[in-house]
Each structure stands twice: as structure tokens, then as C-alpha cells.
Write a protein of this length. Structure first.
Length: 196
């Protein structure tokens, strides 16, 4: 229930392999079938120990919570990119990225992924530099932010390293309160092990 970006396991060689073995064949397959697709195409990919990309899923939406750290690093206006895609100009656009790492941690309702209560008041605490709280399972009820889903929030932070981004994300997350809030405390540990 969290994610980080960039993924240290995806070096240039792995990136090129994913493009060659997964992405380009998918686009070619859509084209061969006469399917004109314009929109998001999220490929959930697992990389095995020998560097082989394995497709877990495709979605025509952003991945959650994978997207939140990516959006923290995106410096280009997302709306501009969407408009370019809608008007057939995406190939002329260049997305620019923050070089820092980002870590996102999901704060979930008690009982999630099973049955969970809703309507618990949320205290969001103070914002901090280089952090963003993405709302998912929340709603505004009588002027108060309350829980309304299993994955309530994704607290995301930037840092010079994954470790620093992780520390900032958890520091921000710890200032948020609602009854029964739960999260994993190990998001990013594999990337942090690679940094050492």
C-alpha cells in the first residue's frame, strides 16, 4: 500500500527491455487490430531477478498508489499533457521530471481491505515542504473531511534519496489522524537497501 519513484531496479537496460518486450508490442497490437486508443494505458510490470519484465495487468487509468509518486516528480503541467494527447499533439510534448525520489504511503481505514467503517473525522495536520496529501477515500461532510473509503489518503514526499523521501512521507503521515488509521511502515525499503 505504497510506491516509490524512480524504481532503482529499472535501469536503462531494463527500461529498454520493457519498451521492446511490452510497450511497443502492445501499441503495435492495438494498431494491428485497428483499435485507435487515446488515453492512459498503465502497465503493471514486475521485474524478475534476471531482469525479465512480467506484465501483471493493463489499465486504462492511472495506477494507484503508483501514480502519486510519479505525479510528485512531474514538473510539466499534467493538464497540458492531457490536452496534447486529446488533440493528437502528445508526440510533440516533452515531459520534464524532478530528479529527486518520491515515496507515497497509503493511509487506510481500519479493516481494509475487508469491511471498513466510514465517516470518521480526519485531522490533516500542517502541510510541509515537498509533501502532498492525495485524497482517495474522503469526503467533505458538514465542513469536515471524513473517511469514505478503504484507501483514505496517500501521503507523498520528495527527497534527495528514497530514504529521505520516505522519512518525509512518514513524518507528514504521522501528523494525520483518524480513528483506526493504518499503514505499512516499510514502503521503499528495497530501494533504500540499494542506496546503501
Amino acid at each position: 500500500m505504497g510506491a516509490y519513484s524512480p524504481a532503482p531496479v529499472v535501469d536503462q537496460e531494463i527500461h529498454d527491455r520493457i519498451m521492446t518486450e511490452v510497450i511497443r508490442p502492445t501499441i503495435a497490437g492495438l494498431d494491428a487490430d485497428g483499435l485507435y486508443y487515446r488515453g492512459f494505458l498503465y502497465a503493471g510490470i514486475m521485474v524478475t531477478a534476471d531482469g525479465t519484465p512480467k506484465v501483471l495487468e493493463f489499465n486504462c487509468r492511472f495506477g494507484d498508489p503508483e501514480t502519486q509518486p510519479i505525479l510528485m516528480r512531474l514538473k510539466t503541467d499534467l493538464v497540458d499533457l492531457i490536452e496534447a494527447a486529446c488533440t493528437g499533439r502528445l508526440g510533440q510534448s516533452i515531459a520534464t521530471w524532478d530528479t529527486r525520489a518520491a515515496v507515497g504511503v497509503v493511509l487506510a481505514a481500519p479493516g481494509y481491505p475487508g469491511d471498513y467503517p466510514t465517516g470518521a473525522p480526519i485531522t490533516l495536520g500542517e502541510d510541509s515542504v515537498d509533501t502532498q496529501v492525495f485524497h482517495a477515500g474522503t469526503q467533505c461532510l458538514d465542513g469536515q473531511t471524513v473517511t469514505s473509503g478503504g484507501r483514505v489518503l496517500c501521503v507523498t514526499a520528495l527527497g534527495a534519496t528514497v530514504r529521505e523521501a520516505q522519512q518525509r512521507a512518514y513524518a507528514r503521515l504521522d501528523r494525520i489522524q483518524f480513528e483506526g488509521a493504518q499503514c505499512r511502515r516499510d514502503i521503499g525499503y528495497r530501494a533504500i537497501m540499494r542506496e546503501q
